[in-house]
Every structure is written in structure tokens, then in C-alpha cells.
Design a binder for this molecule. Structure first.
Ligand code: SAH
Length: 426
């Protein structure tokens, strides 16, 4: 791991020669991030983050790079590390260090030990604010780097899983500073989770397996916002889509949207492709693997790599690695072959590029504004999990609409008065 040298910030990356390619791709993503661009232009003028140190643990992609560039434009001192060992784009990491002077610790395919070394290296900046995706950095701060806690004023969490972990920490009284649940804004989860994960998970399946989806039985485990997105896209491509759920309301919603609903033990027998998107663990395991058809394809687009019991496959099946891009084959004792994409890690980032820039535009606009809000109002917040103010969420939706050339009506005085009254009945 290098210390800062000359004009280069501290970093640990795979290949500096990829920097020019990374810069080109970061600029390409930026073309689709007009809302973040507007915020960047304002922050650049106002410089609200001068003297503030940020540590960020996020997927190191072209879109995250644009968020980092935005925070730096606002005057922040920054260190970035990866929130998943497989999602790092090595060219982006190189460009961040060599083209943008941003301290970055990320290598695609790093092992668990290296992953945590990188989190610790980012934390060495002694952050005043943090950005997390999945809560690993905040967890590390609260367990092994507690000496840094006193300087941390607060932070922002990007994803559903991280918000759930933070809420548990808050419930146990363990959380020591305010965290903003960026995931829970409408302009994040209704778009990034649904359209972003929906499209990029399919993209990953195509890149990895080049399967025709039409006519296949496509099983989606979990009908949250991510699951809805995947199911809708699979249906659009001509699959017969099966949903598995544990929540009766979500299952009913799936059924009334025309999807088939059944337990995994039934779905396992008929599925050609399976995607887990539950945010929970051990969704597809031994009893399901043994029922599956020869050639069934398995992938995970949610949470960590524990939704599909990869450990069981590793121990009990004969593995052929890398038979396609990001795809391994496991031959079971019954002779059937199962194909696992992206090692069961989140497939949309492991075998494709994750959510496209046009939706992350809103997610990361929320991140940048939430960081600014924390800086202004964070001192009044007790440790806990907070929502982004509603007006900010609406403002981001308005800017995005405008950038897409769509206009909407405003309430007339008569309408506004009606909505604020109760006298008018039938
Ligand atoms: N951190 C966990 C799960 C979160 S991944 C893990 O690594 O397993 C899902 C999150 O990744 C989403 O909240 C989404 O906002 C973010 N994401 C999706 N595509 C991305 C991209 N191209 N760049 C950066 N973040 C992305």
C-alpha cells in the first residue's frame, strides 16, 4: 500500500496504466448524470466541504467516481475503498488516483483480508463524515477502529442491507453517530433498486451466459424493489416468471401482477434460471440444488454472497471454474450441472457494471446533498438512522424530470385550498 508520494495521494490499486481508459469511462457516465452535475457546479462555487475529511466505502465504478469528484469539487479531502471485492473497476480506481488525485484503495477480486485492509486504509484519513454501502465501514469503525469515533460527525448509507444493519445497531444502542438512510429516499430505491438492478442483473446474465430468456422459467426469490425490477425485465424478455416470497402482501402483489407464486422447493424443480434478491441468507440451499434441472443457472442480485449456499456447493460438488465470463460450473453427485454466476456475489456488479449512470444520478445526488445537510444540521442529531428531508427528495425528482425534458402541472390555488381543507364532502 503506497503512502502519498509527490502529487499522488495514498492508494492501493491494480494497474496505473488503466487510468486513461478509466477517465474516458468516468466522463461517459458523467454525461448521464446531469443532476449530480448541477450539484457539482454549485458545490464547486460554494466549497462547503473545505476542511472536512470523508471516508467512503462504495462500489468503485464510473458512477461512484463522479460522486467522489463532486465531493472533491466541494473542497473535501477524501479516501475511497471498495464495498465489494468483485465490483471494483480497476480502470476507474487507476483514474481516480492518477487523473483526479483521489486516495483510492480497491483491487478487483481481492481476498477478505485485503478487503478489510482497504477499509482500514480509507479510515486512516480520520474521517469527519463517512459514506457506506452495506455498512462494512461503519461496522469496522464501531468494532476495531473505535479510536476514530470521536471525530466522526455522521454519515450516509447507500443500500437496503446497510440501512437494516444500522437500524439494528441503533436498536442495540451501539451506533455512535447519526447516519442518513439515503437508500430510503423515493428517488433512490424506486429507481436505482427497481430499474437499475432490474436492467443490470439481466445485463450480467447476458454477458455471463448469453442465454435466450424467452420461453425460460425464470425464478426470482424476493419481491422487494430490486426483485420487482428483475421480474418485470425477465417477463419483458418473454420468460415465464415465478416469484418466491415469505411476505404474504408482497406475494399477493406478485400474484396480482400476473406472476406465478410458489415455495422455492417447488420452483427449484422447474426453474431454468434463478436470481435471489431477498437481502436475507440461505435462500437456495442443499435441498433445492438437488431438485434442480441439469444446466440450471444461479445468480444473486441482493445483499451479500450468502443468499445462495455457495459454501455447500464448494464442499459437495465438483467445480469447473470459469467456463464462461464470471461463470463456474458445479457437478452434483446426482450428475446434474449447476452454473453459478459471479460466485454468488451480487451479479449486476460482479458480471456487469451495476446500475446505469442515469439512475445513480439520483442516488448520488441524494448522497451529495445528504452530506451537505449533515454538515449543516448534523450537530443537532443524536446517534440514530435518519431520513433525507422530503423536500430534498422532491427537488431531485424535479431536476431529473427537467433533465429528461418532461414538464408537469403545478397545483392551482383552488386545488391547493381543497387539499388543505376538510369541509367539502359529497
Ligand atoms: N454492499 C452490498 C450490497 C449492496 S449492492 C454488497 O456489496 O453485497 C447494491 C447497491 O449498489 C445499491 O444500493 C446501488 O445503489 C449500488 N450500486 C449499483 N450499481 C452501482 C454502480 N454502478 N456504482 C456504484 N454503486 C452502485
Amino acid at each position: 500500500m503506497s503512502t502519498a508520494t509527490g502529487t499522488l495521494p495514498r492508494h492501493d490499486i491494480t494497474n496505473p496504466a488503466l487510468a486513461a481508459e478509466g477517465k474516458k469511462r468516468i466522463e461517459w457516465a458523467d454525461r448521464n448524470m446531469p443532476v449530480l452535475g448541477l450539484i457539482r457546479a454549485r458545490l464547486e462555487k460554494e466549497k462547503p466541504f473545505v476542511g472536512i475529511r470523508f471516508a467512503a466505502c462504495m462500489h468503485v465504478t464510473t458512477e461512484t467516481a463522479n460522486l467522489m469528484i463532486t465531493l472533491k469539487a466541494g473542497g473535501a479531502e477524501l479516501a475511497l475503498c471498495a464495498s465489494n471485492p468483485l465490483s471494483t473497476q480497476d480502470d476507474v480506481a487507476a483514474a481516480l488516483v492518477h487523473e483526479y488525485g483521489i486516495s483510492t484503495f480497491a483491487r478487483k477480486g481481492i481476498d477478505r483480508d485485503g478487503y478489510y485492509k482497504h477499509i482500514n486504509a480509507a479510515l486512516d484519513i480520520k474521517p469527519n463524515q463517512v459514506f457506506d454501502d452495506g455498512c462494512d465501514l461503519v461496522n469496522t469503525l464501531h468494532t476495531t477502529r473505535t479510536e476514530l469515533l470521536s471525530e466522526v460527525a455522521g454519515g450516509c448509507e447507500e443500500t437496503t442491507t446497510g440501512v437494516i444493519r444500522l437500524q439494528q445497531m441503533a436498536k442495540d444502542g451501539a451506533l455512535k453517530f447519526p447516519m442518513v438512510a439515503v437508500n430510503d429516499t423515493d428517488t433512490k430505491h424506486m429507481f436505482d433498486n427497481r430499474y437499475g438492478t432490474g436492467q443490470s442483473a439481466m445485463d450480467a446474465i447476458f454477458r455471463a451466459t448469453n442465454q435466450l430468456i424467452a420461453g425460460k422459467v425464470f425464478v426470482v426469490a424476493g419481491f422487494g424493489f430490486c426483485g420487482k425490477g428483475v421480474a418485470e425485465r425477465a417477463r419483458g424478455l418473454g420468460a415465464s416468471v415465478v416469484i418466491t416470497e415469505v411476505d404474504p402482501t408482497k406475494a399477493l402483489d406478485a400474484l396480482m401482477q400476473g406472476f406465478r407464486v410458489m415455495p422455492m422447493a417447488e420452483a427449484a424443480k422447474i426453474g431454468d434460471l434463478f436470481i435471489t434478491v431477498t437481502g436475507n441468507r440461505t435462500i437456495i440451499s442443499k435441498e433445492h440444488f438437488e431438485l434442480m434441472k441439469d444446466g440450471a443457472i444461479l445468480a444473486n442480485a441482493g445483499h451479500f454472497n450468502i443468499e445462495i449456499d455457495v459454501e455447500w456447493l464448494e464442499k459437495n460438488a465438483e467445480k469447473s471454474s470459469g467456463i464462461r465470463h464470471a461463470t463456474d460450473e458445479y457437478r452434483l453427485k446426482n450428475g446434474r450441472r449447476l452454473l453459478l454466476v459471479a460466485e454468488g456475489r451480487l451479479v449486476n456488479l460482479g458480471a456487469a457494471e451495476g446500475s446505469p449512470a442515469a439512475v445513480l444520478d439520483m442516488s448520488f445526488a441524494n448522497q451529495a446533498l445528504a452530506a451537505e445537510w449533515l454538515l449543516k444540521d448534523g450537530a443537532n442529531l443524536k446517534p440514530g438512522v435518519y431520513n433525507v428531508p422530503k423536500e430534498m427528495d422532491k427537488e431531485i425528482a424535479s431536476l431529473k424530470l427537467k433533465s429528461m425534458g418532461a414538464e408537469i402541472d403545478s397545483l392551482t390555488t383552488v386545488q391547493e385550498k381543497y387539499l388543505n381543507s376538510w369541509e367539502h364532502g359529497s
